[in-house]
Design a protein around this ligand. Structure first.
Ligand SMILES: Nc1ncnc2c1ncn2[C@@H]1O[C@H](COP(=O)(O)OP(=O)(O)O)[C@@H](O)[C@H]1O
Ligand SMILES: [Mg+2]
Length: 175
């Protein structure tokens, strides 16, 4: 079973993935996995990033999907993969911008990602599949608190249905 952890860059996927790894869970860090397995496709000049062939990635992940134990797969493309659950991390525009600035993202890249977060791009892509989607707001929650929510989701407890987050109030600042 594969469980996707997705979200706009800066929402905390990798930090949560590390925490899940420390707890003894199996975690696939997709950025690394893609590089290690030579799954990078064409370089996309406009986006300054490499395209990834989802079919090839799905194929490469087959053994983990078919394994008896769950595997978490973190990455901003993970919701395009065949998985059993999709967990979408969210973050409010102001906090997200701060996190991305700290990462030395250019002003335009910060803006592009904040706009995508406000427009729920990844959430919309996620819910357009038949896979159950869970939404976790990381804005003012520590990695440990987010981990508690993952345990809830594993036990089918709590209400993490998407739609509670709404950043449209901050739209004017960013568009
Ligand atoms: N729950 C959190 N609370 C506060 N800061 C966080 C949290 N999760 C991640 N961060 C910080 O935000 C930045 C982006 O986190 P990261 O896990 O790399 O995001 P992603 O993998 O989604 O791009 C890092 O500086 C990280 O320390
Ligand atoms: Mg990451």
């Amino acid at each position: 079973m594969l469980i996707a952890i997705t979200g706009t860059p800066g929402t905390g996927k990798t930090e949560l993935g590390k925490k899940l790894g420390e707890s003894g869970r199996n975690v696939i860090f997709l950025n690394e996995f893609i590089k290690e397995n030579g799954l990078l496709d064409e370089y996309d000049e406009d986006r300054d990033s490499y395209d990834v062939d989802t079919d090839k990635l799905n194929e490469a992940l087959k053994e983990y999907r078919d394994a008896g134990t769950p595997y978490y797969a973190e990455g901003h493309l993970s919701h395009f993969l065949e998985s059993s659950k999709i967990i979408v991390l969210r973050c409010s525009p102001k906090v997200l911008a701060k996190r991305l600035e700290k990462r030395n993202y250019s002003e335009s890249k910060v803006k592009e990602n904040v706009q995508a977060e406000i427009l729920d791009v990844i959430l919309c892509e996620s819910v357009s599949s038949d896979i159950p989607v869970y939404e976790l707001d990381s804005t003012s929650r520590t990695v440990d608190e987010l981990f508690e929510s993952i345990i809830d989701i594993e036990k089918n407890q709590g209400d993490y249905r998407p739609g509670k987050v709404d950043w449209t109030g901050e739209m004017e600042e960013w568009f």
